[in-house]
Ligand binder design. Structure first.
Ligand code: PDD
Length: 287
């Protein structure tokens, strides 16, 4: 995992450096993606990389590479690092210039990427995890996968300090998403999740799950739901690139249902594994 990508250069990690006036470093002025790798193959790469281009456009950042160039570089990065099961983290910042808040006329965007071995969280996915509920204090452009994550970090830290895995966020009693995931409830035979507006990140895992619901016969309502609906739900889960379909079996101090992953959630987990296997030809359980 010792090789990193800086623009079109492959460097030893020790030789990478960040300019002190890089706008990503000073302002969080940039965008990022996390792509899952199973058996040496990227899962839903197209969706992730297209979202990177969309996020960049939303912050008026022109990416200095084509989609195909980016794919080729990431493929090579995985290969040189011999990544089997893990993630690729990639980010693009607006680059360096004398510090000023408004966008400089001329900067060269900086792409960096690295790989990391990350096992599938099989034990947590089997048993389910605890989440806490907290206020969504973030800005109004959560649809952008921006490097600015302080609002998310504060919520995650609160969750971890209370023994939780995730924080479920709400605005005035309406659930939006998790601090680093999307959140879903199932009531009866219907799955509810916040619509893909400016208030959430339209997760790639979320999109995959909505497709899988059709396959397994679970109705989908992309409708915002309240804290009350969350408390009364039969099943609750979160989803993200790294956590996949992760059952939430406790919210604050209250168990969800019987405190075990629900049946629909387990069906979605199985369908998700199948989708990964189909696309990546492998599903390593451990590394
Ligand atoms: N986080 N919502 C937020 C706020 C997120 O940060 C993420 C992912 C998601 C789920 O998106 P996806 O399914 O595309 O991973 C939703 C990544 C994994 C992270 O920051 O590490």
């Amino acid at each position: 995992m010792g090789t990193i990508l800086v623009n079109d250069q492959f460097l030893d990690r020790e030789n990478g450096s960040v300019d002190i006036e890089d706008r990503g470093y000073q302002f969080g002025d940039g965008v990022y993606e996390v792509v899952r790798v199973y058996g040496g193959n990227m899962f839903t790469a197209k969706e992730h990389l297209e979202r990177l281009f969309e996020s960049a456009e939303k912050i008026h950042l022109t990416l200095p590479f084509t989609y195909d160039e980016l794919v080729a570089r990431l493929e090579k990065l995985m290969e040189v690092n011999q990544l089997d099961t893990g993630i690729i983290y990639l980010q693009v910042t607006r680059g360096s210039s004398a510090r000023q808040h408004h966008f400089p006329e001329q900067t060269k965007a900086v792409l960096t990427a690295y790989t990391k071995e990350v096992a599938r969280p099989v034990a947590d996915m089997t048993a389910g995890v605890k989440a806490i509920i907290t206020d969504d204090v973030r800005w109004l452009r959560c649809d952008i996968k921006s490097l600015n994550l302080l609002g998310n970090l504060l919520a995650k830290q609160e969750a971890v300090s209370k023994g939780g895995f995730e924080a479920v966020l709400h605005r005035d009693g309406t659930v939006t998403e998790g601090s680093s995931s999307n959140v879903f409830i199932i009531s009866g035979d219907t799955l509810y999740t916040h619509p893909a507006t400016n208030l959430i990140l339209n997760g790639i895992t979320r999109r995959e799950i909505l497709k899988l619901c059709k396959e397994i016969g679970l109705s989908v309502a992309e409708q915002a739901f309240t804290l009350e609906a969350l408390a009364n739900a039969d099943e609750v889960f979160m989803a993200s690139t790294t956590a996949e379909v992760m059952p939430l079996v406790q919210l604050d101090e209250t168990p969800v249902g019987n405190g075990k992953p629900g049946e629909w959630t387990q069906k979605l987990q199985a369908a998700f594994e199948e989708a990964v296997q189909k696309q990546c030809g492998s599903l390593a359980q451990t590394i």
